[in-house]
Each structure stands twice: as C-alpha cells, then as structure tokens.
Design a protein around this ligand. Structure first.
Ligand code: NAD
Length: 726
C-alpha cells in the first residue's frame, strides 16, 4: 500500500503526497498513518532534507478518517482504542516538534500543510500539527472538523490544538457544531494561516519552508508563557466562556449526545494542564465516546448506511436511468420545490399547472431561493440565469414530450390524480416513468389510472423540499424494477437520500410519526401536563415535541388524516381519544402555527410564546406520570410502528428504517434510529417496557412477535461486534 509518496527536490524540500489510489477522496487508514510516520522519520533523519510539504495528489486534501476503521477500533475494546489514539498523538506530536531540541526549541525542520481543496476531520487535524497551513483559494473547498455530526469529536488532537489556537469561544462553532468554512473564511477565523492562488500553492509552500526560522516552528502552546486566547477556565473571561458553553451545550443537546459533553470536558480539563497531558485527556474522553453505543450507532446510520443507500445499495440491476428531462405536474408548494432541486442539479424541467399564473408562481419559487443564495454569496447571477433557463413553466401537456420521468404533485385527490395520469401518458413516450408525490394515497390504487402500472411509482418528498434530504420511494404492487432504478437515479442526481418501501397506508415515515403525535395528544386528553409531554420528548432527543409538531404541520391536516383513516378502518379505528382533543382544537379555530393559535400560543409575529393555557381548562391535569413513563410512550409509539412496518414487509431493510427515521422526522439522532435504539436497550428490556405500557396504557403497546422472538433468542437487529473487556 502506498497512500503517501515521498520525493525530494534539488533544494532539499521533501514533498509527501497523499493519494489513496482506490478512492476519489483521501481517507486515513491505520496503515497509511504508519506509512506517514515512517516517511516523516526518514525525512527528519536525512541531513539533505531542509523541510517538508504535506499535500495531496487529488483536487482535495482529505475527507477524514475512514469511519470503517473507527468501527474496527471499537471492536478491540477501550484499551486498544486508547493505545491507537495515543499512537496517533505521538506521530502528530513528532510532526509538531519536527526534531527540535526540547529545551531550546531550536533545530527543527519546517513542515507545512498545502491544502488544494477540502480538508475535513483528520484531514485538518494533521495540518493543525504542522507549522503552517496554506490553502488554495478554492471557494468550493470545505475546511473543518465535522466529527460531532456523527456522534464523536475530533480525537486526533484537533480538539486540543484548535481550542488552544483560537480559544474555547472561537473554536466552539468548529468543534461543537461541526461548522465547515471555505478557505477564505477559515483563514479569517484563524483555522488556517494563508490562502493563495491554486497554481501557486506548492511554490508558496516551498518558499515558506525555505524561509522559516526556528521561531516560526514553535507552537504558541510550546512557547514559554503561553496563555489560552480568551482565557483558561479560571481566568475571569475564560470563566464566563466555560460556564456559558456548558449551559449552551446542555441546552442544545438536552444531555443526550455523549460526544458534545465529552468534547467540552476535554477542552476544559485540557486547558488546565500542559499540552501533552491535555492530549492524553482528549484520548481518554475520545475512547469513552467511541465505547458509547450511541457513537457507533450514529456512525453506522448517519455515515456508513446513509452513504450505502445513496450509492444505490437497494437499486435493482437495471441499465443507467439518468434523468434527461423531468416533468413536474402541479406547481404548488411541493411541485415548485421539486422543480428547484432538479434544475439546480442540472436537469431540464417542464413545470405544469392548471393555469399559467400558477405555473409561473412555481418557477418564481426557484428564483426566490436563488436570490437568497446570491445574498448569501453561495450563488452567482450566472448560475441563477442558468438554473432558471432549465425550467419551462407551462399549462401545455404537449411540452412534456421527451420527458423520461414525471413527478405528479397536484391536489391530494384520487380523481384529480387519475385525470392527470391519463393526460400525461397521452403526451409522453411509452418508456416514461410516472411518479406520484402523494403522501397518503396508496400507489397501487393510483396506478389503476395508468396504462403502464409497471412504470408507475411513488416518489415522496418531504417539506420543504430544498431542505429535507430524505426521499421515500414507494413500490406499488405492479411497479417494475426499471421504475425503481429510475427513481433511485433521480434521487441520486439531486443529491438526496432514498429509502425504498412497499406500498401501505402512510408508507413508512408518516406511519411512524402519526402515532408519536397521537400519543402526545392522547396524554393531553388523559390530563398529563402538556409541558411534561413536550419536554420529555426533547429530553429523549426528539427535535420537536408532539404538540409543537402538530402545530407546525397544522391541526386541520391532522383532522383530515384522522377522518380518512377512520373511514378506511371502520370499527377497528383506535384513536377516538386523540380525535376528542384534535377535533375540539379545530372547532376552536386553533389550527396550529398557520392560524397563530394551536397547542401553543403565538404572538402577532407568529413566534411561540408558550403552551396555550386554555388547554388545562378543557383537559384538567389529573395525572403526574414519571418522566421515563412519558418518554417510553413517545418513543415506543414510533419504534413499534417501525418494527411492524418491517414485519409487514413495508420496510425490507432495517438500514432504511433507521436512516429514514432520522432524516425523515428527526427520530432521536443520538440513538442511530429506532432499530439501533432497540439494539442499544436490548430486546428483553424493550419487551419489558412494552408489557408495562400495554398493562398501563392499552393494547397498542403489544410487543410485536419479532421483538418477543428476539428477546427469547438473544438476537439483535444489527450484528454486534464481539465485545472485549476494557
Ligand atoms: P398545493 O396545493 O400547494 O399544490 C398543488 C398544485 O397542483 C396547485 O398549484 C394546483 O393548482 C395544481 N393542480 C391541481 N390540479 C391540477 C391539474 N389537474 N393539473 C395541473 N395542476 C394542478 O399542494 P402541495 O402541498 O404541493 O401537495 C401536492 C402533493 O404533494 C399532494 O399529493 C400532497 O399530498 C403531496 N405532499 C405534500 C406534502 C406537504 O407537506 N405539503 C409533503 C409530501 C407530499
């Protein structure tokens, strides 16, 4: 394996070029790290070497650590992780000291990182150990430490170095929020040292190496009298930062993300001791986070499995189905959003509505979003013109000629949808795939209006389309493989994450989220304090409490869905208690956020001012359940539905269930998704909770057979690594 190559020029400057041949982006492996270490040793020992440039053979520097390696490290137990991390610290510290005398800090060789593009995770931690970081002026490049987003934190010295380089306050957005910056902003924030024209990158790096003095190589924290910028914890200014940071982190994470807390501890404790001890503290906290099941579940779902689904893990083996020309029917909220994301991804779009003004309004949505992008300097006027020119807004179905995919987003009415299907099929060629964006109507039923049901499919976007990354692809009874491949290739082109599910009422995401909302409303009817319901949800990691969620999606929509479900289920309908609250709210004209009145009260500007106090007059408080009882009800309402969706064959892959749950409705991301959560608590405990809830709250909490079988056999949803003693 040769991920790094080393060459020396005639001036004695050694260039270490990182280029992982089998990948389009460099990622660090254990073996590559050892190779880098050997090359550094060789260069430092070579009297002819004047200094070292570490750069990349690709357009980017590096995407980070290979997260599969992290998963493997975990299998070795805490001791192995700690040793592995300390080995990395040793190598990076060797780069930082670069052979200098420990006392005089003289005689080291300059080492510079030259970044042509994106540098993430270890791809920035390695440069942070160098004496200077020079980046090419590449506005598309992203620089930062996104580890916190997958449930870990920068554990190769990034936490300790960045907090000492910038101070805890300035480092916070990069460490705690995983903020990424382009090179110029990274330079302004002090993350990197210099930005130069791309074609001069290596020349400038060499120039710096040859001109560097002993003093240029000494890091502030290795120099005498170092003081942390902004103040260490017991400095008056630092005290304010650290006290504030702790409150902020707990407020934002509700205490459910172990990585955020451990990161903060590493910075705080590290700031009180010498640098090398701080690295050791960082390694200990990092080890404890890696050993926490939450981090492995988050890495598995939000990185490994999400990427696998995006790359087509469940794509049928059909020929390339890249979309050439897309027709979107219905230019309302959803259709306009679908047209925008598609045109933005380079696809030609025909956007049809019943009248020209509506079609034009739909196209204007794209213009408004692009204008926002221009204001934020993310979009150029040229790009705006180019994207807009790809959208044709029309009422004329004849302009759909040549489309190879149609996404229908007209009113949620089977009759209107059937008419549109027939009109579209008369206008397009025989190979065109037809997709409906329906959120509630069965695809197999809608497909009856189609002359080509094998080419009929559901592509269910979430609102707002430009922000929500999940797309649920629904196979009707007759949907063929080519339609599935087409839908997947489309979702890939617009850079969203797909899950593929079978046709059933509410598909997957809505099927799970409705019981969550209903459980919250049911508790209101039972006389549970609404604030307890909302806070219990947030304290278990849900982004919105059920009452806020129904306010956001609107109470009249809830009423509409309840009525339709009741009509379909007849006497088996189980949610009369929920309807008593929901229908009463609608009768009061409290329709949610859009009417400035719902379970919450709102001010004139539409800002929530607290839970509405009229609720307690109608539903007096009669119960004071324990926090965990409320949390179990709210979690199990969703999780059991996910298990049932698997049992019913709606879901065919637990990875899709977990990825879909987090991306689709924000299911407690720290858990890695409903199936990962069940693995964390274990099936026996899950069944025990279900039995208790069934006895106290009703049969809807009956543990599914699959869960009982797993409890009896000791099985888990995901294969568990053989745990070694710490
Ligand atoms: P909307 O009312 O905002 O837009 C519907 C558009 O379709 C309107 O512009 C209307 O003029 C147009 N239309 C109606 N009949 C037409 C016809 N015969 N020919 C051409 N255009 C016609 O509705 P929306 O919220 O965008 O929802 C559209 C579809 O997407 C629905 O099936 C809905 O269930 C689904 N959906 C909505 C959401 C959401 O959050 N709103 C989420 C996922 C899916």
């Amino acid at each position: 394996m040769t991920d790094f190559t080393s060459t020396m020029d005639t001036d004695g400057v050694v260039t270490l070029t990182w280029d992982v041949k089998a990948k389009s982006m460099n990622v660090m492996s254990t073996a590559a790290f050892a190779q880098l270490s050997d090359m550094i040793d060789a260069a430092l020992a070579d009297p002819a070497c004047k200094g070292i440039i570490i750069t990349s053979g690709k357009k980017d520097f590096a995407g980070g650590m290979d997260l599969n390696v992290i998963a493997e490290m975990r299998a070795g137990g805490a001791g192995a992780i700690f040793e592995g991390v300390m080995m990395m610290h040793k190598v990076l510290r060797k780069i930082e000291r670069a052979g200098m005398d420990a006392k005089t800090l003289k005689g080291g060789k300059p080492i510079v990182a030259a970044l042509p593009g994106t540098a993430l995770g270890i791809g920035l931690e390695l440069p942070l150990s160098c004496h200077r970081i020079i980046a090419a002026d590449n506005p598309r490049a992203k620089i930062g430490l996104p580890e916190i987003m997958v449930g870990i934190f920068p554990g190769a010295g990034g936490t300790t170095r960045l907090s000492r380089k910038l101070g805890a306050m300035m480092a916070a957005p990069y460490l705690l929020e995983g903020k990424l910056s382009d090179p110029k902003s990274a330079r302004a924030a002090g993350l990197i040292d210099e930005v130069v024209a791309p074609e001069t990158l290596l020349a400038r790096a060499k120039e710096w190496v040859l001109a560097a003095t002993d003093a240029d190589l000494v890091k502030p924290w290795d120099a005498k009298g170092y003081k942390m910028p902004g103040g260490a914890p017991y400095h008056p200014a630092g005290f304010m930062t650290f006290v504030g940071a702790s409150a902020m982190v707990l407020g934002k994470t509700m205490g459910v993300y172990p990585a955020a807390r451990a990161l903060l501890s590493a910075v705080y404790e590290g700031a009180l001791v010498p640098f090398d001890t701080a690295l050791k503290i960082e390694a200990r906290h990092f080890t404890s986070v890696l050993m926490n099941p939450s981090s492995s579940a988050m890495i598995r779902t939000l990185f490994i499995n999400k990427e696998a689904l995006e790359k087509g893990a469940n794509r049928p083996a059909a020929a390339d189905q890249t979309v050439q020309k897309l027709g979107v029917i219905g230019a309302g909220m959803m259709g306009a959003g679908i047209a925008y994301v598609s045109a933005n991804a380079g696809i030609e779009v025909v956007l049809i509505d019943a009248d020209q003004a509506a079609a034009d309004r739909g196209k204007a949505h794209t213009e408004a979003l692009l204008d926002k992008g221009i204001q934020r300097r993310k979009v150029t006027p040229e790009k705006k013109a180019e994207v807009l020119s790809r959208i044709t807004a029309s009422t004329d179905y004849a302009s759909l000629a040549g489309c190879d995919l149609i996404v229908e987003a007209v009113f949620e009415d089977p009759k209107v949808k059937a008419e549109v299907t027939a009109k579209v099929e008369a206008a397009v060629g025989p190979d065109c795939i037809f997709a409906s964006n329906t959120s509630t109507l069965p695809i197999s039923m809608l497909a009856k209006a189609s002359a080509r049901p094998d080419q009929f499919i559901g592509i269910h976007f979430f609102s707002p389309v430009d922000k929500m990354n999940l797309v649920e692809i629904i196979k009707g009874k007759q949907t063929g493989d080519r339609a599935v491949a087409k839908a997947l290739d489309f979702v890939r082109a617009i850079r969203k994450t797909p899950i593929v599910v079978n046709d059933a009422r509410f598909f997957f995401a809505n099927r799970c989220i409705i019981p969550y909302i209903n459980e919250g409303i049911r508790m209101v009817a039972e006389g549970v304090e609404p604030a307890l319901i909302e806070n219990a949800a947030k304290l278990v990691g849900m982004p919105l409490g059920p009452l806020q969620l129904v306010d956001e999606t609107s109470i009249d929509l809830g009423v509409k869905i309840a009525k339709a479900t009741k009509a379909a289920m007849g006497d088996a309908y189980p949610d009369a208690a929920v309807d008593a609250v929901l229908f009463w709210m609608a009768d009061q004209g409290r329709l949610g956020k859009k009417s400035n009145a719902g379970f919450y009260a709102y001010d004139a500007a539409g800002k929530r001012t607290g839970l509405w106090d009229g609720l307690s007059a109608k539903f007096p408080l009669t119960q004071d359940p324990a926090l965990h009882q409320v949390q179990h009800r709210l979690l199990m309402a969703q999780v059991l539905e996910a298990v049932r969706a698997l049992e019913d064959g709606v879901l065919t892959d637990i990875r899709e269930g977990d990825v879909g749950a987090i991306l689709g409705w924000g299911f407690a991301p720290w858990s890695g998704g409903p199936f990962s959560w069940l693995d964390i608590i274990g099936a026996p405990r899950a069944v025990e909770i279900c039995d208790h809830l069934k006895a106290t709250c009703g049969p809807r909490f009956e543990a599914p057979k699959r869960l009982r079988d797993m409890a009896a056999s000791g099985k888990t949803f995901y294969p568990q690594p053989a745990a070694k003693a710490a």
